[in-house]
Design a protein around this ligand. Structure first.
Ligand SMILES: CC(C)(COP(=O)(O)OP(=O)(O)OC[C@H]1O[C@@H](n2cnc3c(N)ncnc32)[C@H](O)[C@@H]1OP(=O)(O)O)[C@@H](O)C(=O)NCCC(=O)NCCS
Length: 231
């Protein structure tokens, strides 16, 4: 094989990560991807393709971007769980390889499974036999203990802690610094406020906050000091 053909093939196989979303979260994912030392090139895509790149990495297109190479991988950097799910499905349906990113300074226990599109940030700990679904964010310095099952497109925000044997439904967001007690079940589409402590199962989708976590009451009931239902 000629040197020219070899160089061309090397170029074609260059591993490139495309990060969809020029947000602050995208910035942290860029940093994580660099630390993994897996990609020769990192570029951004965004719904606003006229915007700017992030941290010196170029913005090369939007959702309609079609110039994919065989060795490209894509990760969706959108904090909103529902939107992240839709965008990941859009690119997966186009045949894009969806990346799974794990920071070298995180700790992953034995028999842990991570779905495609999941990111595990610096300082996060996931303990033995936990299953994390597709498109989840296990954010900086958070932990998910042993034997948990997280559905798809969940977000365990910075510094949140999920104790052992917890089940979390799809699209659930556990806010910064929140704690979920052991063997709790949280249904899909729940939002746990920052700093909340969940000590009872959550069976209805909605927003829960405080210690212990309670359903966020509608405006009228809060203003009259009405009783709120416990999740
Ligand atoms: C719970 C949360 C979703 C509520 O947001 P919201 O619906 O916009 O609520 P508001 O900001 O209008 O606040 C409504 C009331 O709840 C209180 N409140 C808001 N968040 C709260 C929380 N986490 N814990 C306790 N009380 C909270 C507010 O003080 C306010 O009380 P008031 O009516 O007596 O003044 C939001 O505050 C939150 O915690 N989001 C998570 C953010 C996060 O973790 N980000 C992580 C990024 S990695």
């Amino acid at each position: 094989m000629s040197a020219g053909v070899c160089a061309e093939m090397g170029q074609m196989m260059k591993r490139r990560l495309l990060i969809f979303g020029c947000s602050g979260h995208g910035k942290v994912i860029w940093d994580l991807a660099r630390k993994m030392k897996r990609y020769e090139e990192i570029c951004f895509l965004d719904d606003n393709p006229q915007g700017r790149g992030v941290m010196g990495a170029p913005l090369i297109g939007g959702r309609e971007f079609a110039d994919f190479k065989a060795a490209d991988e894509l990760i969706v950097a959108i904090g909103n769980c529902g939107i992240r799910g839709k965008v990941q499905k859009y690119f997966a349906d186009k045949g894009m390889k969806i990346a799974t990113l794990v920071h070298p300074n995180s700790t992953i226990g034995a028999h842990v499974t991570l779905g495609r599109g999941t990111v595990v940030m610096a300082g996060a700990v996931i303990n033995s036999e936990t299953q994390i679904g597709e498109g989840c964010i296990i954010n900086t310095a958070s932990s998910v203990d042993h034997d948990c099952v997280l559905g798809t497109f969940c977000h365990v925000a910075v510094g949140a802690h999920v104790a052992g044997g917890v089940h979390v439904g799809d699209f659930t967001w556990i806010g910064a610094g929140a704690v979920v007690s052991n063997h709790i079940s949280i249904c899909a589409d729940s939002l746990i406020g920052a700093g909340a402590v969940v000590v009872r199962d959550i069976e209805k989708p909605g927003t829960y906050m405080g210690v212990p976590a309670r359903s966020k009451a509608p405006e009228s009931r809060r203003k009259t000091g009405g009783k709120v239902s416990v999740g």
